[in-house]
Ligand binder design. Structure first.
Ligand SMILES: *[C@@H]1O[C@H](CO)[C@@H](O)[C@H](O)[C@H]1NC(C)=O
Ligand SMILES: *[C@@H]1O[C@H](CO)[C@@H](O)[C@H](O)[C@H]1NC(C)=O
Ligand SMILES: *[C@@H]1O[C@H](CO)[C@@H](O)[C@H](O)[C@H]1NC(C)=O
Ligand SMILES: *[C@@H]1O[C@H](CO)[C@@H](O)[C@H](O)[C@H]1NC(C)=O
Ligand SMILES: *[C@@H]1O[C@H](CO)[C@@H](O)[C@H](O)[C@H]1NC(C)=O
Ligand SMILES: *[C@@H]1O[C@H](CO)[C@@H](O)[C@H](O)[C@H]1NC(C)=O
Ligand SMILES: *[C@@H]1O[C@H](CO)[C@@H](O)[C@H](O)[C@H]1NC(C)=O
Ligand SMILES: *[C@@H]1O[C@H](CO)[C@@H](O)[C@H](O)[C@H]1NC(C)=O
Ligand SMILES: *[C@@H]1O[C@H](CO)[C@@H](O)[C@H](O)[C@H]1NC(C)=O
Length: 373
């Protein structure tokens, strides 16, 4: 009989009109962790003509849906005899407050299912809230899910491509960990760790807050190249009958302009005239250096002499001596490094050996070595 009323949902009334005003507000679904309690926020209302039948002695009953093809619903909780109910727990407040908020304790896998509420007052007030939207589904899970970690930049979630989160150096970001919390006498907590370890020390702000059934922890910091390929792990600790921890890790990929640019000469000390020499430039950048450019500081104005990471001069002469600047560049910026090249004449080397063997004074020796510069 009552099932037929589904068609009249629009008006919220049954065809006879007498049930007008009956409504209940509860979540469609609540998740419960095996062995823990579950909290169902709930308020209900009854038809005006039944108000006088609702007293603080009224019974409040929870039923569990049976097989949908049968009418066997079982009473799982009855406020008038809470001790004999199959589920232990509590309905908060008094019936006249029309608050049916309920806590069920020690929920098990067998309690997984759909539940509905019934109120039985004096007189004709006997009503079950059995419309599909009036039922609550208790979904029992055996272990808590992992927390989720997301990166936000300018309040926007940064979408990750295959588990990797790419962000630019200098951006101010918010790494957010959130986890569902379950009904428990002791609160859950979130902790952050990083690898390498020290990253959480420096200028990182941590904030933790609770939003309904979610616990959220924010890490707010400015991204530097030191965060490149660092792992940030959020661990949630649920204090249930035993302590259960779950964690999630996010790897940050940072895009940065060239860093640690350095230039080197293939020979140590000086290069003999006529020999070949290679100047090489190295730099760390992400994405990698797009182009290296070499300059000489004796040329005015400075103009590129050669592009490429390595600059080879195959037939050196003393005019090649001087300072060389290498510019490493990627889409995020450029950085310079310089190196001195010293090309010396063959006879100078002979002189050098000679001078060393004769213990010539340094000042005299200079006269010869620098004649070509
Ligand atoms: C119903 O009772 C619960 C538990 O006492 C309370 O948290 C909630 O605010 C009440 N709801 C309303 C609408 O009064
Ligand atoms: C729990 O109940 C829902 C329906 O209420 C069902 O979809 C789900 O499969 C059940 N889960 C288990 C583990 O029985
Ligand atoms: C969170 O739990 C860990 C592990 O039990 C504990 O060391 C830490 O002090 C807790 N933090 C807070 C804020 O409760
Ligand atoms: C981050 O995690 C990945 C995957 O587990 C691992 O290969 C990598 O070595 C970690 N990086 C650091 C800096 O610990
Ligand atoms: C960072 O924290 C670790 C332990 O948490 C501590 O040993 C270390 O000295 C700290 N480093 C800095 C730079 O504060
Ligand atoms: C640059 O070199 C220093 C010292 O070796 C190192 O600490 C730093 O991480 C390097 N930076 C980059 C971007 O590789
Ligand atoms: C490096 O390459 C980019 C793109 O090809 C170009 O715009 C830029 O001028 C080059 N830089 C130098 C220093 O040649
Ligand atoms: C430049 O030289 C270095 C070492 O001398 C070498 O590892 C690198 O591959 C060379 N780069 C190019 C572009 O040839
Ligand atoms: C690098 O050196 C070149 C040539 O000396 C100069 O034009 C450029 O401004 C320098 N760039 C940086 C980033 O210092």
């Amino acid at each position: 009989m009552m099932e037929i009323s589904v068609t009249f949902l629009l008006t919220g009334c049954l065809i006879q009109g007498v049930f007008c005003g009956f409504s209940i507000s509860l979540p469609e679904k609540v998740e419960a962790l095996q062995g823990s309690c579950v909290f169902i926020p709930c308020t209900f209302d009854i038809g005006q003509s039944f108000e006088k039948d609702l007293t603080d002695d009224s019974k409040r009953i929870w039923y569990k849906d049976g097989n949908p093809f049968s009418t066997t619903h079982s009473v799982v909780f009855d406020s008038s005899s809470p001790d004999i109910a199959s589920l232990k727990g509590e309905i908060f407040g008094t019936p006249t407050e029309k608050n049916c908020t309920t806590r069920f304790d020690n929920v098990h896998q067998s309690d997984n299912g759909s539940y509905f509420f019934r109120v039985e007052g004096s007189g004709r007030l006997k009503y079950s809230y059995t419309e599909p939207k009036e039922k609550v589904e208790i979904v029992v899970i055996d272990s808590p899910p992992k927390p989720t970690v997301n990166l936000f930049k300018d309040q926007q979630k940064v979408t990750e491509v295959t588990g990797v989160t790419e962000v630019k150096e200098g951006s101010s970001v918010n790494l957010r960990c959130s986890t569902k919390i379950f009904c428990s006498s002791r609160p859950a907590n979130l902790t952050w760790t990083s690898s390498p370890e020290h990253l959480l020390n420096e200028s990182v702000t941590q904030q933790q807050r609770q939003e309904q059934t979610k616990l959220i922890s924010d890490l707010i910091f400015t991204v530097t190249h030191r965060h490149h390929l660092a792992n940030f792990t959020c661990t949630v600790t649920h204090q249930l009958q035993e302590q259960i921890t779950k964690q999630e890790t996010r790897t940050l990929r940072v895009q940065y302009a060239p860093k640690n640019t350095s230039a080197h000469v293939s020979a140590s000390g000086f290069v003999l005239e006529g020999r070949s020499v290679t100047l090489s430039c190295r730099s760390d950048a992400n994405p990698p250096v797009l182009n290296y450019t070499w300059y000489r500081d004796t040329e005015e104005p400075l103009k590129p002499v050669q592009s490429g990471q390595n600059l080879t001069i195959s037939n050196t002469d003393p005019t090649h001596s001087g300072r060389y600047v290498c510019t490493a560049q990627n889409e995020h910026g450029a950085q310079n490094a310089s190196v001195m090249l010293d090309v010396q004449c063959e006879y100078q080397e002979a002189l050098l050996i000679y001078s060393q063997s004769l213990l010539y004074q340094t000042s005299d020796f200079r006269l010869y070595t620098y004649t070509h510069i």
